[in-house]
Write a protein that binds this ligand. Structure first.
Ligand code: MG
Length: 174
């Protein structure tokens, strides 16, 4: 049994704010406006995981009205997810994500982002694939006024893994 979830996020960019993406502070003169650190990649992944698990969305679990999450590292949202998945007997198979911004270049930061995201989620960096796109100068993202991210997450049920393991042990004993 596999389940898939999609996540999307966009934040406006403003001068003099830290550009946090995938837990990495990327050197740039603008950063996202947001209640937390405005990490679009972490937010999109969080929503994709919650969606795949049938657990609603990021706003329900980490409301931006809660002072607890003001200025919080968005990796903290991701760190909560493994326990929620265990309760549902699900685990992350893989994550694929796209970050969209005109500048700066993100590719050089992907290895660090994958490491941090994987550690927060309790998975291996190889289970995470990251891609960067520009918006070809079109719309708010293309004008450099915003940054966006999409993520798709696939979960696999650990219940079926346990069942098939039990089945194969029974088969051997016969
Ligand atoms: Mg967000």
């Amino acid at each position: 049994m596999i389940r898939t979830g999609i996540g999307y996020d966009l934040h406006r960019l403003a001068d003099g704010r830290k550009l946090m993406i995938g837990g990495v502070a990327v050197p740039f003169d603008k950063g996202p406006v947001g209640h937390s650190d405005g990490d679009v990649l972490a937010h999109a992944i969080c929503d994709a995981v919650l969606g795949a698990a049938g657990l609603g969305d990021i706003g329900t679990h980490f409301p931006d009205t809660d002072p607890k999450w003001k200025g919080a590292s968005s990796l903290r949202f991701l760190e909560v997810l493994p326990a929620m998945l265990r309760k549902k007997r699900e685990r992350i198979a893989n994550i694929d994500a796209v970050v969209i911004c005109e500048r700066p270049k993100l590719g050089p930061h992907f290895p660090a982002m994958r490491d941090l995201l994987a550690r927060a989620l309790g998975i291996h960096p190889e289970q995470i694939n990251l891609k960067a796109k520009t918006n070809e100068g079109v719309d708010a993202v293309g004008r450099g006024e915003a940054i966006a991210a999409y993520a798709v997450v696939t979960l696999e049920s650990t219940a079926s893994v346990q069942r098939s393991a039990r089945r194969s042990t029974r088969g051997k004993s016969r």
